[in-house]
Each structure stands twice: as structure tokens, then as C-alpha cells.
Design a protein around this ligand. Structure first.
Ligand code: VG1
Ligand code: CO
Length: 627
């Protein structure tokens, strides 16, 4: 291509600029620097201090971006990098690791090496992300390698933003072959923190282990990367740019998703609630991706006032926050909801918008209860479920509250390992409608990811339905009333999770080995304090649809009264080992339902710590997070 002519307008200044908001002509490596090859791909897309640190307003190209340009593809030699195995949900590492030479490029190429060509050659892939630090550079790397491997079109959210559930929705709506999500989800972001990448398949579900295992295998033998020799694409405004047979379309990250939500829910019902003078709600976007969705959905479409939304601007470091909506990390919201004049309803979502936390005035809904309550009320309150649910499912450590709803509604209940990827097959097979995880993930078969905003809309629908005949001034049915009523009908499953984050891996692994040994010697009927053991095992799951087997999915001690203690190591951390202990106890007695969960579970928690000898193995006396 002949270098296009351009002129400089205004002044040049050194200020940090997202490379994607520079005109693509200026940002093009060939135009700006003529950097010789081979250089690390990470730097290829950030070719010089000038194009990295130009002034947003300083440079404008006088000619239009080129279209139908010939697509030149280069093959670049590379070497395998250790440790690129994906965990519970994608590949997550420190940003600095992803910035190492070809680290991300290797993984992306390994992914294309793993997929059957028919799944991407000339096909359409979606690209989204949660707006965290390094997404801008990563987006360019992914686009160029996708083009280099023969992908026909990339649909990318404006500014590289698109929530995980929205990526799933866009894949499904537009019949795409799959999509990438640039996010380490609830892990903190910024130069010193985490980055991550997930790949979803054509029905919008996270890639199954059969694919991620192949990708990992290919990262160990990779020798070259195919990359298109194109300039950085401007992702800051909607539009289409083509290079030969390859097209990038920058799309609005909200519209397809909003359209889907309008089909799932009765927006007029929710609007009537939100606009009541005697109902107040607050949503904390935690400076993460749902900031981009909250205003168009809650304010513009449902009529909430703008001050209902806090931390609504997505930031690269989430405003120095930890975008994990739980009682520890969403403490601003918790404070608001436990204050004297608290709103009626409060919610938050995580980095990539797939998690949710639900609070009433002075009342926390555990995620295990949340999915059970949604399932119990869905048919009445949510049009998408007007013919009833097909089946319900939860991850293994999630409490059995959902099982009780399934049994009452006469629905099949599936128990899958931790991680949303295990729900997809059941949904595709028409066996599953509503599911959830104790880790603040709730969703349905409207897409193939958990969905934070969906959960908020589901709760608003239930509250709206319960109050639809209440006149202004009459006492409204509250979030707490709905939960208590549910417990009265079904009993209460007390549940808590203790997280010991970033322990030394060695101690944590030894503890798990020790527990495996303990389990191998247990016998049914053994006494553990006041509890009698029913069985103990290491959870293995056989997918009822494709027969695939996932083993070592969590160590469980199940007692005869239904109480459970479960131990797992997290698969989403980026440093050390995070131990999770899940504790559950069923309480049918209504008079005890008001007890604080920590009080009710105290004996079982003590037992969990003594069985595992956790403090001996890890030196930890206290968990870092309790949910
Ligand atoms: C955690 C949760 C799991 C969830 C996963 C991804 O995994 O426990 O339920 O599916 O995160 O969520 P782990 O292996 O750390 O326990 V997200 O919002 O980080 O994509
Ligand atoms: Co997430």
C-alpha cells in the first residue's frame, strides 16, 4: 500500500492515549515507525513512543481509512511458552506476563491451530472485553492474528468493550462462529494486576475442556504465528473497515443485548416499579463493563434516575477497585444498603458483567438462594419462562436450595462442576432453563453465560410482580419478605464460603492431598461431632449429553442431615493458590430462619477447619473473604 498523505492539526503533546483512538493511518506500524521484523507482537501494535503517547486531538488523517486493501499475511517464528493452561474460565495471568514477548499471540495462534478450519475460515468472530488495562493492545493483536488465520470478519464492541453475557448474546444473534472476551473477570486490573482471555463457541458457550486442552497442547509445540500486516484498527467509533476479504465491524456493545433483555422480560412491568415514588434502587457497576450497560438499560429504557448508578464509568483499573460483587469487595454498596435510609433494592456486577450481587434494605441474598428464588418465581414474573422451566442446574458447591424448588416444581435438577462451561450442553440439549453458582453467577438459557444484568432484571421483575397491585403508600413486598416467604415454603439452606486467597501453592496442595487421603479412609456412618458422615469423595461429573468426564472437581464431606463441607482450589487466580471452603446446612424450622448464617454454621465451619488442618498447612488463621 502506498503511504497515505495526512496532515497534522493542532499541537503535539505527550499524554497517555489509547492506541486505538488514534487514526488508524497514524497508528499503523508501517507508517509511523517502519520497525524491522521480527519484533514481539505486543510491541508491533504499539510501535513507538510517539504513536503510544500522542495527543488524542492532535492528529487527523486527511484521507479516509483504506478499504478493500490487499491483505498481506506474515508468518513469524515463535517459541512455546510454559504455563498457558486455562483454568475455570479462560487464561488469567498478571498483565506483565501477557506483555512478555508473543505471550498472548502464541495463545491466540494455538487456539486457531486447535479449531477445525471450518469453524473460523471465512467465518465471523466476536471480540469484546471489560475495558481493563491491556485490552487496547490485546484487541489489535487478536484482530491481526484472526485475519492472518483467514477469519472473514470480526465484530468488535466499540472501544473493545462488551460484557461477557453480551458477547454470548451477539454470537448467538448474529450466528457467529465464536468470540473472544478480554477479561480476567472479577480479578483486579491495571499494570500490576491481572489480564485474561476467554474463548466462546458458536452457541455462545465457553469453550469446553476438550478444546481448551487442545489449545494448551498446541501452546507447547507452537512454532509460528500468522499475522495480517494491517494497521491498528480504530475501535473508537462504529463502522466497518475491510482489508481484502477481512472485515472489522465496530458495533454498539449494548443494542443486541438490550433487545434480548426486552424479549426475555416484561419491561413495562419493571418500568412501573422503577418509576414508583416509593421504590428506590441502586446499581453499582464497580467501574467495570456494566457501566456501559447500566445507563442505556436502567435509566434510558426503564426510567430510573441517573443517580441510581454508582461507579458507572468503566476504567482500566476499575478505579483501583476489585470488581468482585460480594460483601467484602462491594463494600460501598453494602454500606448504602445497610444504612438507615437504605434503598429498597441494590445490586452490583463484576468486571465483565457476568456476576451479580443482590441486596434488599439491610438484607443480603446469597447467590444460592437467589437462583432458587428466581426459579421459583420465573414462570409468573418473567415472560421468557411463561411455559415453565425445562430443568434447573447448579454447580456442585452451590447450596441445595435450588434442588428443593426443582422437586416442588417437578423439574429435573443437574449438579455440575464449578464453571459455567458445564451448563452449555444441557442448555443446547433443551434440558436446562435456569441455573446458578454460589459465586454470584446466575443465568438462563437465553444465552450461554451467566448474566449479571439479567439477574438484576429478574429480581426487579419478581419485586414488580409482587407489588403490581400495591397503591402508592401501601407497604411494599420487600426483598427480605420475598426471601423469608421462600424459606417458609422450602426451608432455608444456610450457606457460606470461606476463601483463603493467594496461599503458598505448596501448603495448599499438601492440604488437598491430605484431605484426599482422609477421604480414602472414611466410612459411611462415622461421627464428626454432631454430624454423621453419609459419604466423602472427590466429585466427578459425567456430562449427560456428550458423556465427557470431569474428575477432581472438589472434595466433599456430605452428612446424613444434608449438611456439606466442600474444599476446592480456585482455577481463576493468577498467583499462589486460593482455597475455597463451602459450608452448607439445611434448616427446616421456620423459627430458626432468622439466625445469622455465620452463627448457624459455626459448628460446621469449625469442623471444616479441623478436618482439613487448614491453619497447619497454610499458616492462615482467617479467611480473606467470607461470602
Ligand atoms: C470462580 C467461581 C466459579 C466461576 C468462575 C468464573 O472459579 O468459583 O463459580 O464460574 O470463578 O467466574 P474458581 O475456580 O476461582 O473457584 V468469572 O465471573 O471470574 O468468569
Ligand atoms: Co465475571
Amino acid at each position: 500500500m502506498a503511504a497515505p498523505s495526512f496532515r497534522l492539526e493542532g499541537s503535539f503533546a505527550l499524554s497517555v492515549l489509547p492506541s486505538t483512538s488514534i487514526s488508524p493511518l497514524i497508528a499503523a506500524p508501517r507508517v509511523v515507525t517502519a520497525a524491522p521484523r521480527p519484533i514481539p507482537l505486543f510491541r508491533r501494535s504499539l510501535p513507538s513512543p510517539i504513536s503510544r503517547r500522542s495527543c488524542r486531538f492532535a492528529v487527523k488523517a486527511s484521507s479516509a481509512p483504506p478499504t478493500a486493501e490487499e491483505l498481506k499475511i506474515s508468518t513469524i517464528p515463535t517459541k512455546p511458552v510454559e504455563g498457558q493452561k486455562t483454568g475455570t474460565s479462560g487464561l488469567r495471568k498478571k498483565v506483565k506476563v501477557f506483555q512478555e514477548e508473543n505471550y498472548l499471540a502464541n495463545w491466540i495462534q494455538a487456539l486457531f491451530n486447535s479449531l477445525p478450519p471450518v469453524d473460523y475460515k471465512g467465518g465471523v468472530l466476536v471480540l469484546g472485553g471489560d475495558g481493563r488495562y491491556f485490552n487496547r493492545e490485546a484487541a489489535q493483536i487478536i484482530i491481526k492474528i484472526a485475519a492472518g488465520n483467514g477469519v472473514g470478519k470480526i465484530l468488535v464492541g466499540r472501544d473493545g468493550l462488551m460484557s461477557t453475557p453480551a458477547v454470548s448474546a451477539v454470537i448467538r444473534k448474529r450466528g457467529a462462529n465464536g468470540g473472544f472476551i478480554m477479561s480476567a473477570s472479577h480479578n483486579p486490573g491495571g499494570p500490576e494486576y491481572d489480564w485474561g482471555i476467554k474463548f466462546n463457541y458458536s452457541s455462545g458457550q465457553p469453550a469446553p475442556e476438550s478444546i481448551t486442552d487442545q489449545i494448551y497442547g498446541n501452546t507447547l509445540s507452537i512454532s509460528e504465528i500468522k499475522i495480517a500486516d494491517i494497521q491498528d484498527v480504530d475501535l473508537s467509533s462504529l463502522g466497518v473497515v475491510s482489508y481484502g476479504n477481512f472485515t472489522v465491524e465496530v458495533i454498539d456493545p449494548v443494542s443486541d443485548y438490550l433487545e434480548l433483555m426486552e424479549n426475555v422480560f416484561d419491561f413495562e412491568l419493571i418500568k412501573a416499579l422503577v418509576s414508583r415514588p416509593d421504590f428506590r434502587f441502586t446499581f453499582d457497576a464497580m467501574h467495570a463493563v456494566t457501566g456501559a450497560y447500566a445507563k442505556p438499560i436502567f435509566v434510558d429504557r426503564l426510567g430510573a434516575s441517573l443517580d441510581c448508578i454508582s461507579n458507572g464509568v468503566p476504567l482500566e483499573d476499575f478505579g483501583h477497585g476489585h470488581p468482585d460483587p460480594n460483601l467484602t469487595y462491594a463494600k460501598d454498596l453494602v454500606k448504602i444498603m445497610y444504612a438507615e435510609d437504605a434503598p429498597d433494592f441494590g445490586a452490583a456486577s463484576d468486571g465483565d458483567g457476568d456476576r451479580n450481587m443482590i441486596l434488599g434494605r439491610g438484607f443480603f441474598i446469597t447467590p444460592s438462594d437467589s437462583v432458587a428464588i428466581i426459579a421459583a418465581n420465573a414462570e409468573a414474573a418473567i415472560p421468557y419462562f411463561k411455559d415453565g422451566a425445562k430443568g434447573l442446574a447448579r454447580s456442585m458447591p452451590t447450596s441445595g436450595a435450588l434442588d428443593r424448588v426443582a422437586s416442588k416444581l417437578n423439574l429435573p435438577l443437574f449438579e455440575v462442576p464449578t464453571g459455567w462451561k458445564f451448563f452449555g450442553n444441557l442448555m443446547d440439549a433443551g434440558k436446562l432453563s435456569i441455573c446458578g453458582e454460589e459465586s454470584f453467577g446466575t443465568g438462563s438459557d437465553h444465552i450461554r453465560e451467566k448474566d449479571g444484568i439479567w439477574a438484576v432484571l429478574a429480581w426487579l421483575s419478581i419485586i414488580a410482580y409482587e407489588n403490581k397491585d400495591k397503591k402508592v403508600g401501601e407497604k411494599l413486598v420487600s426483598v427480605a419478605d420475598i426471601a423469608k416467604e421462600h424459606w417458609t415454603t422450602y426451608g432455608r439452606n444456610f450457606f457460606s464460603r470461606y476463601d483463603y486467597e493467594e496461599c503458598e501453592s505448596e501448603g495448599a496442595n499438601k492440604m488437598m492431598e491430605y484431605l484426599r487421603d482422609v477421604i480414602s479412609k472414611t466410612k459411611s456412618g462415622e461421627k464428626y461431632g454432631n454430624y454423621t458422615l453419609q459419604f466423602a469423595d472427590d466429585f466427578t461429573y459425567t456430562d449427560p449429553v456428550d458423556g465427557s468426564v470431569a474428575s477432581k472437581q472438589g472434595l466433599r464431606f456430605v452428612f446424613t442431615d444434608g449438611s456439606r463441607i466442600i474444599y476446592r482450589l480456585s482455577g481463576t487466580g493468577s498467583a499462589g493458590a486460593t482455597i475455597r471452603i463451602y459450608i452448607e446446612q439445611f434448616e427446616p424450622d421456620v423459627s430458626k430462619h432468622g439466625t445469622d448464617a455465620q452463627t448457624a454454621l459455626k459448628p460446621l465451619i469449625g469442623l471444616a477447619l479441623s478436618i482439613s488442618k487448614l491453619s497447619e498447612f497454610t499458616g492462615r488463621e482467617k479467611p480473606t473473604v467470607i461470602t
